[in-house]
Ligand binder design. Structure first.
Ligand code: HEM
Length: 483
């Protein structure tokens, strides 16, 4: 206990670093701070300690190599207590007896073999996506969320998005839920440091936190309970409908129906697929569109690879993937250049630990700055350049998948599904369209990188950039998508 905490920006009495907390794109600010304070830093906000990690070595040393003690989630009054989200996969402590059960179910439901079974779902979603993005490129955020959210909903519950998609209840729910969890785990809520504040009546003028928690609880609950009820009803009328949910719903053949605990596990794990699957994959594809529209040589080389492997008569499918190393390199570089979850999800350390002479106190939140890791010039020279060739040849740079999907026992269980969905979208966009920058009224290309902004939140995404999709051949486009 006499050891120092890792260094960090100077603190104020009582409030610690509260006054310095960045409100937007925190990953950029923390990366800047690390130039001064090193790859492991402390932030103290009120009475809570957060450890910020900005190097691959420290992240792997702690979150992977010591995963048995670094795979918790920090407990907060807002998210766990007041919004009642403690049972969700994302919030559940690794010490909770449900944790290994949830993980087992999710890994079995989304491993390579399971994802192969989902091919028809992916192909149907892909065709819808290609048709829609061709006519609504400016609406890419919503079109992409519908693609990835649609896949997640179908796999999790067997749910088909209804037309018009903008009106579909579950799609609207995903779109509205984007910043729900991050907005609750903000360290500046005073109720975290002074839990007695939770007894303030909800109408009390200073009890804004109560009203925020109640509003967010509504959204979080709806994302789990509503699809759960829908899926149960659906199975009453159509017991053969295949999904993650139906695969577990009827219980094991010898034991009959589900126990209450099993039904709860199923509700939260299916909910995790729905919640985890929507914005992440969409972000990766949006970044791909941004980068490929501005890197014409990369685009030409990828298209040449696709035409060589597939020809021009059919859509690209998952079996083609192994024969497309250049596209694989583009997709690695896309995830490295803009990791969709730039700060991952906060871990917690469940016992006191010592690292390089520093104390990491039990209960600290631990944030791995994934963006800083994938922009570390020692591991990825010229990190701001988009250069897929860094992953080719005899000495490829390290696969960013080692970082962008998180760490230790919490590593993303949806990574295989994500890889497949992103590959199918990217490969077929390239196969069907010339992906070009938008034009200004004088017919000149607009550089989308100029003044580009990114969403702040758990999942980031490039905002409001424009591009054009010019069909390589109108006839083949219609035939291939409909055929
Ligand atoms: C490119 C796409 C994706 C990226 C970059 C990504 C990234 C991440 C990251 C960084 C974490 C946090 C891991 C940690 O705490 O260390 C995570 C967790 C998670 N992801 Fe993904 N993800 C993606 C797609 C998906 C998909 C498609 C699904 C489901 C269909 C999914 C489901 C989950 C779940 C359930 C967790 C929580 C795991 C836990 O708390 O133990 N993700 N993901």
């Amino acid at each position: 206990k006499s050891l120092p905490l890792p260094p960090g920006p100077p603190k104020r009495f009582l409030t610690g670093n509260l006054h310095q907390l960045p409100t937007v794109k925190q990953w950029l600010v923390y990366a800047e701070w690390s130039k001064r304070y090193g790859p492991i830093m402390t932030l103290q906000i009120l009475n809570r300690v957060t450890i910020l990690i900005t190097s691959a070595k420290v992240a792997l040393d702690l979150l992977d190599a010591r995963a048995s003690i670094y795979s918790g989630r920090p407990w907060t009054w807002m998210l766990h207590g007041l919004a009642g989200n403690g049972s969700s996969m994302f919030s559940l402590s690794s010490q909770d007896p449900r944790f290994p059960r949830y993980r087992r179910m999710l890994v079995a439901g989304m491993n390579k073999r399971a994802v192969r079974r989902y091919q028809p779902v992916l192909e149907a979603a892909l065709k819808e996506f290609l048709k829609t993005i061709a006519v609504r490129p400016d609406d890419y955020e919503s079109v992409l969320t519908t693609y990835s959210g649609g896949i997640a909903l179908k796999i999790a519950y067997g749910y088909d998005i209804t037309e018009p998609v903008e009106e579909d209840y579950f799609v609207k729910l995903i779109e509205g839920a984007e910043d729900t969890i991050p907005s609750l785990v903000q360290p500046f809520f005073f109720v975290e440091a002074f839990p007695f504040l939770r007894f303030l009546p909800k109408w009390f003028p200073l009890a804004t936190f109560h009203r925020i928690a109640a509003a967010k609880k509504k959204i979080l609950d709806a994302m789990v309970y509503v699809p759960n009820e829908w899926a149960k009803k659906k199975l009453e009328t159509d017991p053969s409908a295949a999904s993650f949910f139906s695969g577990h719903y009827f219980g094991k053949e010898d034991s009959g129906s589900l126990s209450k605990a099993e039904a709860d596990d199923l509700m939260w794990t299916a909910g995790a697929i729905y919640t985890g699957g929507a914005h992440t994959t969409a972000s990766a594809i949006a970044t791909f569109l941004l980068l490929i529209s501005t890197h014409t040589e990369v685009q030409a080389r990828a298209r040449e690879e696709i035409d060589r492997v597939v020809g021009r008569g059919r859509l690209v499918n998952s079996d083609d993937r192994a024969a497309m190393p250049y596209l694989a390199a583009i997709l690695k570089e896309t995830l490295r250049w803009a990791p969709p979850a730039p700060q991952g999800i906060r871990h917690a350390v469940i016992q006191d630990d010592i690292y390089n002479g520093y104390l990491i106190p039990k209960g600290s939140a631990v944030i791995a700055n994934i963006w800083a890791i994938t922009h570390d010039a020692e591991m990825y020279p010229k990190p701001f350049e988009f250069d897929p060739s860094r992953f080719l040849g005899d000495t490829p740079q390290r696969d960013p998948a080692d970082f962008v999907f998180g760490f230790g026992r919490r590593v993303c269980p949806g990574a295989t599904l994500a890889g497949e969905s992103v590959f199918l979208a990217a490969a077929n966009l390239l196969a069907l369209f010339d992906i070009k920058t938008a034009l200004d009224p004088a017919g000149r290309g607009i550089d989308p990188m100029e003044g580009l902004d990114w969403r702040t939140g758990l999942i980031t995404t490039p905002l409001n950039f424009r591009f054009r999709l010019v069909p390589r051949s109108a006839d083949t486009l219609a035939a291939m998508i409909d055929g």
